[in-house]
Design a protein around this ligand. Structure first.
Ligand code: GDG
Length: 468
């Protein structure tokens, strides 16, 4: 049976929350259980909602389909469009620009043209899927023009937008040749959500300076009585579900196994990231290596496990950061290791959630050191898995999570000596101090989970329309 083609609640995101999985009989769609889909699933189900996105591979037609009761509307992208709109404009221009130009953003007019074209297709798909007075929630930096394009097509619809990555300060944003178009694109929304209050105020400042709009606190006043609200909604995770997973006997058994394989008496430092130049992976490995050289740690009493899951491998800057990290791992292991005793266990791979939960529980010190990060869910996942209230978190003050996880050992990842001091303080802290810190952080994440994030945003956006 064909899925109904319209709904009162529509989500538009770059990716559909499904992957094409091949098996002996051909291939089928499987849901990919990301945080966003978990958060939005109840609302999607209640409203028979539709999710619009790119399926991640080429498709023959753009007909709506259903997977596990979720209605999905694919937007097909050609290989060329993936190269220009996704790898180019999204991941080689906007991603580095919005992350404090940690890597140099490239500006190419043909990337921008493709970005405009693809955003228009998403806006048209959303306009076609939304019933009268529907609520449409647009996600992230790949789709910043969709709000205004959709408003042109469908002024009756309530439009929300959430940016998962930082919104940069004026001085950096101004580099973008298409800066005003992006601001205008976003202003098509009724409500703009950012991870941190700083992102919202950067945005308000820019529209004041560049477009001359009046702003008052978190409100932007446009002509004709229109108002756009811009404020922070820090994203989170499904605390109960992950905690439950961490407590299962299979995860417990795997935790014990990891500890035994590494050496029960060795302290485990852990890093888990998509392999990305924003995450500060090299800095933390370097700090760890220096602690061994200094004699503060030895390979017999400490090990660093770094999971770097493959990411955006067709983008040149990602090829380079991988080479750079792997050179450092090789150098540190080569200089400081012995047979059977590597200082760094480097895993360039993706693992199932169960394995991640076991790693989080096996680790004595979690080290999260991005130079810039919208939120950083890994830090919240670590805290969630530590249901025994032990373990230490070293966290960059440049991650959005630092606003909430104040009891972490907060660091400036550019300061290698500071990083070394914090890693050492974390690994040698009094267990009672760690328990006090972990209790407070767990309470914060438990009380501010992904459901409260989605509810807060959606009730501000269209509570009445959605019957909330
Ligand atoms: C963006 C923003 C913001 C990683 N390796 C594996 C694996 N992961 C999971 C982690 C975590 C997720 O991927 C990564 O999320 P982060 O939040 O840490 O970072 P980004 O990917 O950069 O996400 C970020 C987020 O959007 C949400 O708004 O917090 O700031 O940059 O969940 O656990 N999961 C599994 N195997 C792996 O190997 N299963």
């Amino acid at each position: 049976m064909a899925a109904p083609s319209k709904s009162s609640f529509v989500v538009a995101a770059n990716r559909l929350p499904v992957d094409r999985v091949a098996d002996a009989e051909g291939s089928e769609w499987r849901t990919s259980p990301g945080g966003l889909v978990t958060a939005l699933e109840p609302v999607l189900r209640r409203h028979d909602g539709i999710w619009i996105g790119w399926p991640g591979s080429s498709i023959a037609d753009e007909a709506m389909f259903e997977v596990d009761g979720l209605k999905l509307k694919p937007v097909g992208l050609s290989n060329h469009e993936v190269e220009l709109y996704y790898e180019g404009m999204s991941n080689s221009t906007l991603w580095p620009l919005y992350h404090d130009v940690v890597a140099k953003p490239a500006f190419h007019r043909e990337w921008w043209d493709a970005y405009v074209r693809v955003n228009r297709r998403f806006a048209e798909a959303a306009a076609a899927c939304a019933t009268t007075d529907a609520v449409v929630w647009v996600q992230d930096y790949q789709l910043q023009l969709v709000p205004a394009m959709l408003r042109d097509l469908r002024p009756d619809v309530r439009i929300g937008f959430f940016l998962h990555i930082p919104f940069p300060p004026t001085e950096l944003f101004k580099q973008l040749p298409w800066r005003d178009q992006i601001l205008e694109g976003l202003l098509g929304a009724d409500l703009l959500g950012f991870q941190r209050p700083g992102g919202a105020s950067n945005f308000a400042r820019l529209v004041r300076l560049r477009l001359g709009h009046k702003t008052h606190r978190d409100q932007i006043r446009l002509g004709e009585g229109r108002r756009v609200d811009a404020r922070a909604y820090p994203i989170s995770l499904d605390f109960r579900q992950l905690e439950e997973l961490a407590k299962t006997s299979s995860v417990q058994a795997r935790t014990d196994e990891i500890r035994a394989e590494i050496g029960a008496d060795r302290k485990i430092f852990l890093g888990v990231d998509r392999l990305d130049y924003t995450k500060g992976i090299r800095q933390r490995l370097r700090a760890f290596g220096e602690l061994i050289v200094d004699g503060a740690l030895t390979v017999d009493d400490a090990v660093f496990v770094q999971v770097a899951s493959p990411s955006r491998e067709r983008v040149q800057q990602y090829v380079e950061v991988r080479d750079d990290i792997e050179r450092w791992v090789g150098r540190i292991n080569g200089d400081l290791g012995r047979i059977g005793r590597h200082p760094i266990h480097y895993l360039h791979s993706s693992y199932p959630r169960e394995e991640m939960a076991a790693l989080f529980q096996a680790a004595d010190v979690m080290v999260v050191t991005p130079f810039a990060d919208g939120m950083n869910l890994v830090s919240k996942e670590y805290v969630t898995c530590r249901y025994r209230n032990d373990g230490a978190l070293v966290l960059s003050e440049f991650a959005g999570a630092a606003d909430e996880l104040k009891q972490a050992f907060l660091v400036n990842p550019h300061d290698i000596n500071g990083l070394k001091d914090s890693m050492l303080a974390a690994v040698s802290a009094d267990p009672r101090d760690l328990t006090r810190r972990m209790r407070a952080m767990r309470k914060q994440v438990r009380e501010n989970d992904i459901a409260s994030w989605a509810n807060a945003f959606l009730s501000d956006l269209g509570g009445k329309r959605l019957g909330m």
